[in-house]
Ligand binder design. Structure first.
Ligand code: PLP
Length: 358
């Protein structure tokens, strides 16, 4: 399978090859049933094992404390933009930090449910940094942040202190890429299709006191309490997607967990930033203090060269390097499953392209 292109797509994104191969091997017979995982009851023994093991493994990998529940929901991270305020922004004010396109979408939904205080924003500089000074409301229902902005390529290195105010984070494009102190958060959510598995399932990690606070007048499917009580089996879950997430979590454990993965991820990012910083041909768009190790955004001296870079990179066997249409430029998304040797190949390509075009 060495003819697979190096996959820099931002999401859906690369999965570990051995996970896809295992899916292939087990596709016709899951857990000795003689049937595929798509064909068996979500209340049966084979699926139940998959469901519970995936939850337990996420708990283990992220070192999630016992006073949290793990949920596997549908509707993507985008539905979480609405579910969070629907359940928790009831009368008062919620603080949001506007760090980019995804934060903005979360803010738009929250405004439908109550008062939103923009506690900080980096819109003045095209979302190239994380705001340092936050104007937090002392009695906010919660603070919402986007821990890694997939499009502009910035991330929170240090999380704000919120005291008794619960901190909620969209971690879609970085979950399980570095060690996180889950206890700092009231709720974490992440669409699976960047770092955890295929599209179709969203992982939610919710602290018990928040789950208990969910009001009864929120519609059943959008009430966190429903899914906490039924362990994400209130209705038919996205069984296949959860099954693949389970395999990815086993793969993470095999790599040595987040401790080992974070180190490799740091090294992968460092190698690319080194080329970007090494001259004035490439220009990183994110403030070096806040740049992401998952989504690396950069520009070239002209848009023509950027288009040429994309063309030649595709010929050389790299896909997905074109930046998001809203910001242009280039973006290398190097999620957990992206191999170190692929980064080294990209670095070689970047150096050669620079030599030939500067
Ligand atoms: C991709 C992404 C989303 C959107 O996720 P969906 O599952 O498509 O709704 C939200 N937030 C961040 C940070 C993302 O990277």
């Amino acid at each position: 399978m060495s003819n697979r292109p190096y996959n820099f797509y931002p999401g859906p994104a690369i999965l570990p090859l051995e996970v896809i191969q295992q899916v292939q091997n087990e596709l016709l017979n899951i857990g000795g049933t003689g049937l595929s995982v798509m064909e068996v009851s979500h209340r049966g023994k084979a699926y139940d094992e998959i469901h519970k093991t995936a939850m337990a493994d996420l708990k283990e990998v992220l070192h999630i404390p016992d006073n949290y529940h793990i949920l596997f929901l549908q509707g993507g991270a985008s539905l979480q933009f609405a579910m969070v305020p629907m359940n928790f922004l009831r009368k008062g004010t919620a603080d949001y930090v506007n760090t980019g396109s995804w934060a903005k979408k979360a803010i738009k939904e929250a405004k439908l449910f109550g008062n939103v205080n923009i506690a900080g924003s980096s819109e003045d500089k095209n979302f190239s940094y994380i705001p340092r000074e936050l104007n937090l409301s002392p009695d906010a229902d919660y603070l919402h942040i986007t821990s890694n902005e997939t499009i502009s390529g910035i991330r929170w290195n240090r999380f704000p202190e919120t005291g008794y105010v619960p901190m909620i984070s969209d971690m879609s494009s970085e979950i399980c890429s570095r060690k996180i102190d889950v206890a700092r958060f009231g709720l974490i959510y992440a669409g699976a299709q960047k770092n955890l598995g295929p599209a179709g399932v969203t992982a939610v990690i919710i602290r018990d006191d928040l789950a208990e606070k969910c009001p009864d007048d929120v519609t059943t499917m959008l009430n966190y309490k429903t899914h906490v009580e039924k362990e994400s089996l209130f209705n038919t879950p996205p069984c296949f997607a959860i099954y693949v997430v389970g395999l990815v979590l086993k793969w993470i454990k095999k790599q040595g967990g987040l401790e080992a993965l974070e180190e490799v991820n740091n090294e992968k990012a460092r190698l690319i930033y080194e080329v970007i910083d090494g001259g004035d041909f490439y220009r990183g768009t994110a403030d070096p203090a806040d740049r992401s190790i998952m989504n690396i955004t950069f520009r070239l001296p002209s848009e023509e060269l950027e288009a040429e870079f994309v063309r030649q990179s595709e010929k050389a066997g790299f896909v997905g390097l074109k930046g998001h249409r809203s910001v242009g430029g280039l973006r290398a998304s190097i999620y957990n499953a992206f191999p170190l040797e692929g980064v080294k190949e990209l670095v070689k390509f970047m150096k050669k392209f620079e030599q030939e075009n500067s």
